[in-house]
Design a protein around this ligand. Structure first.
Ligand SMILES: [Zn+2]
Length: 398
């Protein structure tokens, strides 16, 4: 099983030049190899494999001696990447999908190179790369397992190293006798059927103001100017921060849930519907989404994407599989409208935060929903069941 670790690199100015240079040579090789394969096919109907191209590497080094300054496996990996791009292309052709022929890589698209086996070593705060040197690295968490590959990545002005590690599948956790239903929401990130809440750090909101300011600043900068380039980088940085915080939170929350509960039940998210909106416009330079007139729904969208439900459920699923726990999904119909105590329908608007029923059931709206979600799954055939499974019910009049 593979696990990836990403750490920030702090190259010196000189090292950064070397990294950029290496990246550009790799990109050049990629484009040349692509061009060769394309021409061979166009002119002679012949396909060239990455194996054949690898055999040509020594010759390339004779004509272009500067390629001797790049670790040979890094160059081989470039050709392998192209091979994979072709494999995916042929796969799409086979499946009758839109094929998308492998593309030539521009300066901004080609952003990494890989040491697939050797040529690198890590010692505490230092990463030594063959033909490049020893770079400062911030290893902010412990690496498990053996490092298999080392990828150097350039992203919005910063450098990272990504280690892909081979880890042993962990032992499944002992069986827990506690199950839980979870309602993912906006007021709270998650409401649990036992009355607990998990609150999302609202990083995005805080960062949003800053981001908005940065975006306004960007619009005042002249296209192609140095200042504009800097503004674009600042925006990318703000986004990256939010993204990292969100991922950390999802990791922690999903870990805790999997540790404690045997069966975790969620609603099948119709995020696609919830998130439907006019196609966003993308700023080509910044790669960020621009306002597109969907402001009203955008607010809700922001909250939803902010909460990062999709990432969270995916992590939950993966962690549960590793731990021998179960993650189940139920139909979200009526989960917030039905009373989890007696089963009567209690219509509510989106603003009503409290569930109050004649049967004496007094609960937070989302807790009530979480209880219903759990019951929908474990309650099949029991008295707890709210709606018989598989039976379609007329929508209540409200
Ligand atoms: Zn009731």
């Amino acid at each position: 099983m593979r696990k990836a670790y990403t750490f920030r690199l702090y190259p010196t100015k000189k090292q950064e030049e070397k990294l950029c240079w290496t990246l550009n040579r790799c990109r050049e090789l990629y484009n040349a190899a692509l061009s060769e394969r394309r021409d061979a096919y166009r002119m002679a109907g012949k396909s060239i494999s990455s194996y054949e191209q690898k055999r040509d590497l020594p010759e390339i080094k004779e004509i272009r001696p500067e390629y001797n300054d790049i670790h040979s496996q890094v160059l081989q990996d470039v050709l392998l990447r192209l091979q994979r791009a072709f494999d995916r292309f042929f796969e799409r052709v086979k499946n009758g999908e839109k094929p998308g022929y492998p593309r030539f890589q521009g300066r901004n698209r080609y952003s990494s190179f890989t040491y697939p086996q050797s040529g690198f070593s890590l010692e505490e705060k230092h990463l030594t790369l063959s033909k490049i040197g020893t770079l400062k690295v911030k290893v902010h968490r412990t690496i498990e397992g053996a490092i298999k590959t080392c990828t150097i990545k350039h992203e919005s002005g910063q450098w990272y190293v990504i280690f892909s590690c081979e880890v042993k599948q962990p032992e499944p956790l002992p069986v827990s006798y506690e199950d839980v239903g979870i309602d993912l929401g906006i007021t709270h990130f998650a409401a649990l059927s036992n009355g607990d809440f998990i609150d999302s750090p609202r990083h995005y909101r805080q960062a949003e103001k800053k981001l908005k300011k940065l975006q306004e600043a960007l619009s005042r900068k002249k296209r192609g100017s140095h200042r504009r380039k800097r503004a674009v980088q600042a925006i990318a940085k703000a986004h990256r921060k939010v993204r990292n915080q969100r991922r950390d939170f999802a990791h922690k929350a999903s870990h805790q849930l999997v540790q404690r509960y045997q069966t975790i039940v969620l609603e099948e998210l119709q995020t696609k519907n919830l998130l439907r909106r006019p196609k966003p416009k993308q700023d080509e330079e910044a790669g960020q989404y621009l306002p597109n007139g969907a402001a009203a729904k955008g607010g809700l969208n922001k909250s939803i994407t902010d909460a990062g439900w999709g990432m969270f459920t995916e992590m939950l699923r993966v962690k549960a599989a590793w731990a021998g726990r179960v993650v189940a999904f139920v139909d979200p119909k009526y989960t917030s409208q039905v009373c989890s105590g007696c089963g009567t329908v209690k219509p509510k608007t989106l603003e009503e935060r409290w569930h109050s029923c004649e049967c004496g059931c007094e609960l937070d709206r989302d807790t009530n929903a979480a209880r219903n979600i759990l019951k929908k799954y474990i309650g099949a055939g029991s008295a707890l069941q709210i709606l018989p499974r598989g039976e379609s019910v007329e929508a209540p009049a409200f």
